[in-house]
Design a protein. Structure first.
Length: 149
């Protein structure tokens, strides 16, 4: 089992790594380097150096870029695309869409999900959340030419 898969499985519950767990893991694995209290770099054979996904960083990113807004809905896929972009820019391994949905509900528990569109063309949306005007994703989400997949 690779060190990446061990770390991925350890965080699959969308919880935080405890420093003690990271230090124990570091002492038992030679390919893991402890950088800070919450940062671990993992060597993978195909991706170079990647940090494992970070729930605290994702929660902060959600708070900085999204806000509660009545009557507004965003396609779930657009929100996930924004998240994957954030991860790429910060060299963080993204979680899958289902786990990301759990993180969103952790930050915004009052959100609801709606299925919008015609039969066969419907897409799921988060209802009650909007992109903050100060977010770099605001223009992308609300421009007429935006592609929200």
């Amino acid at each position: 089992m690779s060190s990446y898969s061990i770390l991925r499985d350890a965080d699959s519950t969308v919880g935080d790594f405890r420093v003690e767990d990271i230090q124990f893991y570091k002492s038992s694995q030679s390919s893991t380097n402890l950088i800070g209290e919450n940062d671990v770099e993992v060597k993978t054979s195909t991706c170079g150096l990647l940090k494992p996904h970070s729930t605290p960083a994702t929660l902060i990113w959600l708070e900085q870029n999204y806000e509660i807004a009545e009557g507004v809905c965003i396609p779930r896929s657009a929100l996930y695309t924004h998240y994957v972009d954030f991860c790429a820019k910060n060299n963080i391994q993204p979680v899958n869409a289902a786990s990301f949905g759990k993180i969103i509900r952790q930050q915004f528990p009052q959100l609801t999900t709606r299925r919008l569109g015609t039969r066969g063309q419907s897409r799921y949306h988060y209802y009650g959340i909007a992109v903050r005007e100060t977010s770099p994703y605001y223009q992308l989400a609300y421009s007429k030419r935006a592609i929200l997949k």
